[in-house]
Design a protein around this ligand. Structure first.
Ligand code: MG
Length: 258
């Protein structure tokens, strides 16, 4: 099942994709899916971020090749950070390059969407907490990540968490190709088979300190090949078995005059 969130005249609504059509749901997808008789062609709807999470937890240096390119060791346990919910944007929305940074990087990642309230779960039970998976771009102001010494600003700007195009509830996350292209040029080409801490380990690690709520998102880390995006670029994250998430990059809008 592929769960989408779409713009409708009466506000955002969840749906599922079937045979090129979006069948709208009654309510949300977390407590059983109830289909309505409202249907629209997928090509005619505007896809929104498939979920608005209460929190986004990411993990740094979770691929050895990326840890090496960052000049750091592989962490001895998951290196967790958070991004604010206000960073989320959907397919096609612009990544705004903040004036505060001179070096904004793409990070293609598999994202995990939590399906049920979960706290203190064993690794062997942790996948029961997962609704499904989507593509994410863990956009990062690399210069601020270094100068701040911690990552809250660098990863927390508005628009720094593109998600989409949908939540796939059937894909097996064990060995999926994770790729990033910028203007069609391949920049990252990894596989989740190389995750140092896998999805179940990450869910269990995070649920050991914070209650995970339905819709919360975990970012599983990025493979090697991160690099800058500039005004006018189009950056596309593709995760095998899920789909593609494309976003333009654009200079930050000027501050409003008062
Ligand atoms: Mg990342």
């Amino acid at each position: 099942m592929r769960v989408v969130r779409v713009a409708r005249p009466d506000g955002p609504a969840f749906g599922v994709v079937r045979d090129g059509m979006v069948v709208l749901l009654d309510g949300h997808p977390f407590s059983g899916v109830t289909l309505t008789d409202r249907v629209a062609p997928l090509a005619d709807v505007r896809l929104l971020a498939p979920i608005l999470p209460s929190k986004i937890l990411g993990v740094g240096r979770n691929y050895a090749d990326h840890a090496a390119e960052m000049g750091g060791d592989v962490p001895s346990e998951p290196l967790v950070f958070s991004k604010p919910a206000t960073a989320v944007i959907g397919p096609g929305d612009a990544i705004r390059l903040p004036a505060l940074s001179r070096e904004v990087h793409h990070e293609a990642e598999l994202a995990v969407v939590i399906g049920r309230l979960t706290r203190r779960v064993a690794v062997q039970d942790a996948l029961d907490a997962v609704l499904g998976y989507t593509c994410a771009n863990d956009v990062t102001a690399r210069d601020l990540q270094a100068s701040d010494g911690q990552w809250t600003r660098a990863k927390g700007f508005d628009t720094f968490c593109p998600l989409g195009p949908w939540i796939d509830t059937d894909v097996d996350p064990a060995a999926l190709a994770v790729r990033c292209t910028v203007n069609g040029e391949l920049r990252q080409d990894g596989t989740t088979a190389d995750l140092i801490y896998d999805v179940a380990q990450l869910v269990a690690f995070c649920a050991a300190f914070a209650t995970l709520l339905p819709g919360d998102v975990l970012l599983t880390g990025t493979p090697a090949g991160v690099g800058p995006i500039v005004d006018g670029d189009t950056v596309t994250v593709a995760v095998e078995g899920i789909g593609e998430l494309s976003n333009p990059a654009a200079a930050e809008l000027p501050m409003p005059r008062r």
